[in-house]
Design a protein around this ligand. Structure first.
Ligand code: PLP
Length: 336
């Protein structure tokens, strides 16, 4: 049992069969029918003109940022944004793009007043602000649809492009019970991770206009992300999007189950109301030794993360019964 992340998911049986039978070609030549079909289908399915398959979510975000922004440009993002904090500073290192992080509000949104103040005037002293990048879900929280509408208006008013890091955007769509297009329609570009809760072994997508994706394709090659018979991966990616979306509700239900269970345990502080999707954050009291907890659970064959708050992630390879076992084991640890 592995509660560290939804990246640990194994490909499903259907994926393995599709991968084994995928018709492939050299995708750098544009010759891989399975990649071409996935990109065409994904563009239509999400309401964009074009799509590109990438090796990772990090690469998809980087392609998005580098396609929107040039050297000396700036993007606005959250202080907690994955594409600011957890991607090795790639936009700055590889794109010479300056990030302008803004403190996230407790619900994960960015305040438009603060964003407005951060936009640089047209003056030779400043980098040129080109893009606002949002993340949905962010730390398991869903951005409200009305906020997305406001973000679209805000960026139009300020002549900015709008990007979504949608690594877990399907968790947001399932939690809101809306079609993915109702989220995607507000953005100029969006990324989707196929390899997290959707269980594909490898791969992400960047979606956008034809022009943006053409630029991204050139940059992907430059970054070493041009892959050859990658249809083997795209075959699994298609199943991720067609067969694995609806079951995300099970992960959300299991997250609630875990949150409810752990919140009964002394020293485990959880705001159960805040658990909206597949991620549970637990604030540990000082007397809980999280390293010792991690070590004891590991002996029982249960993997968890470390740190405080402690993060638990639910996914295809853990079931409700596993959640109950985890809760019992934590109880027995606390009892000593
Ligand atoms: C995981 C993640 C990414 C990056 O995806 P990788 O495939 O791990 O590179 C980007 N953004 C968010 C919000 C993520 O959770």
């Amino acid at each position: 049992m592995d509660f560290r992340s939804d990246t640990v998911t194994q490909p499903t049986e259907a994926m393995r069969i599709a991968m084994a039978n995928a018709i492939v070609g050299d995708d750098v030549y544009g010759d891989d029918p399975t990649i071409n079909a996935l990109e065409k289908w994904a563009a239509e399915h999400h309401g964009f003109e074009a799509a590109i398959f990438t090796s990772s979510g990090t690469q998809a975000n980087l392609l998005g940022l580098m396609s929107h922004c040039g050297r000396g440009d700036e993007y606005l993002c959250g202080q907690q944004a994955h594409n600011y904090k957890f991607e090795g500073g790639g936009a700055a290192v590889l794109g010479s793009i300056q990030p302008q992080p803004i403190q996230n509000e407790p619900d994960g949104t960015l305040c438009f007043k603060k964003l407005e103040q951060a936009i640089k005037p047209d003056d030779i002293h400043f980098a040129q602000t080109k893009l606002l990048s949002l993340e949905n879900t962010i730390n398991g929280k869903v951005l409200p649809l009305d906020y997305l509408r406001q973000a679209r208006e805000f960026t139009q008013r300020h002549h900015l492009q709008l990007h979504l890091d949608g690594a877990r955007v399907y968790n947001a769509a399932v939690a809101l019970n809306v079609d993915i297009k109702e989220i995607a329609c507000h953005f100029d570009s969006m990324t989707v991770c196929l390899s997290k809760g959707l269980s594909a072994p490898v791969g992400s997508l960047l979606l956008g206009t034809k022009e943006l994706i053409t630029k991204a394709r050139r940059i992907r090659k430059m970054l070493g992300g041009g892959m050859r018979q990658a249809g083997i991966l795209a075959a699994a990616g298609k199943i991720a999007l067609t067969e694995q979306v609806n079951r995300l509700q099970t992960d959300h239900d299991n997250a609630k189950r875990l949150a409810n269970g752990l919140s009964q345990i002394d020293g485990f502080d959880i705001n159960v109301e805040h658990v909206q999707t597949n991620i549970v954050f637990v604030k540990l009291a000082p007397h809980i030794d999280s390293t010792a907890l991690q070590a004891q659970l590991k002996q029982q064959g249960i993997l968890i993360g470390s740190g405080n708050p402690l993060r638990f992630v639910l996914h295809n390879d853990v079931e409700a019964n596993d959640v109950d076992i985890l809760i019992e084991q934590v109880q027995s640890f606390v009892r000593g």
